[in-house]
Design a protein around this ligand. Sequence first.
Ligand code: PMP
Length: 424
Amino acid sequence: MAAAAAATSTAHSLLLQRPAAPRAPAATASSLRLPARSAKISCTAVAAPSASSPLTGAGDRGVYNFAAGPATLPLNVLKRAQAELVDYHGSGMSIMEMSHRGKEFDAAIKKAEADLRALLAVPDTHAVLFLQGGATTQFAAVPLNLCAGPSDPADFVVSGSWSDKAFKEAKKFSAASVAWSGKDGKYTALPPFDDIKQNPEARFLHICSNETIHGVEFKDYPEPRNKSGILVADMSSNFCSKPVDVSRFGVIYAGAQKNVGPSGVTIAIVRKDLIGNAQPITPVMLDFKTHADNASLYNTPPCFAIYICGLVFEDLLAQGGLAEVEKKNAYKAGILYDTIDASGGYYICPVEKSVRSLMNVPFTLAKGPDFEKQFIAEAANEGMVQLKGHRSVGGVRASIYNAMPLAGVEKLVAFMKDFQARNP
Ligand code: PMP
């Protein structure tokens, strides 16, 4: 196994060789003026997708950032924001400095909403809301808006840490119960939908479409057993990574800081007929009606974050929309999982193959935590940063959201083969 790995990795090893000068630690690498890093390592065995966006930047900032969120953003978006920062559209102000009720910001938020609607084909039956408080706030807002009171039942599929948090918060405002839990299997699988023990009276069925820490992703979605029940999804970490039939959902919510923008804004897509029934105790800021009635401008919104999301939506449309984006994501994830699976057990991804995430790829090294540390440190030294697994699970995690260039994943894959060959 080691010999085979060594044989196939020779070219990669050569490409990975770099001058002896030690690099700064990963935490500070991005703040250094590093020379443009070669992004030329490529896997020639498989053809790369032809349609690569001229807008999505390569890794010419010196590093590829595999962080889980806040995460890498398209370079062209950052450059455009930089160009527009000081004097937005000739206004003499940055977008951070102007009234959220002025014509410039009004145009920016309306365009962001229109472009998101186009990307996800959001039907007219659904409102798009730009909210604050992170996805975590939605863990409370969802039961407060959808359940009549604390005795109203709601079902949760607990497929990882985030859906577990959502369930625990919902218990305060509804009779939430666990309809299926992946805890005993260490959150490495999803249930056949028939195994979800749904309460026929449940007001809603909540899922996390992609568990950011455990790397488990729904490829299709269950139907609520209650015919008037509502499907709710926390899509924080795979929002806008692929097309989704929004009409199947009563509520979709997502913190922006993985796939579509900076932290500070949370996007909710809510079926309009569900708005206006919040429990009387609902704080005004958590009531969907407050934001739906005021076009997300009830109070001062996170203007800059919304503006950046708008630029990202424009970029995704320019790439050909979410069907194209999904193809690229599937290809990137594919070469990474293939490398893990072809390593003869050197790298291990515990997640069941059919539900492996296209966004967050967690893996361990069979040689143990010391080698994982070495792997992460050496990768950082090669300009691949933020690969440490979440503190609750350890190991390695490569988050490869929309904005991670293919070259970044190719470089990681080459590094993995090289590391294995050098440390058999
Ligand atoms: N849900 C998921 C799937 C997440 O990944 C996260 C953040 N990592 C959250 C919810 C919490 O989001 P926030 O920090 O925006 O509250």
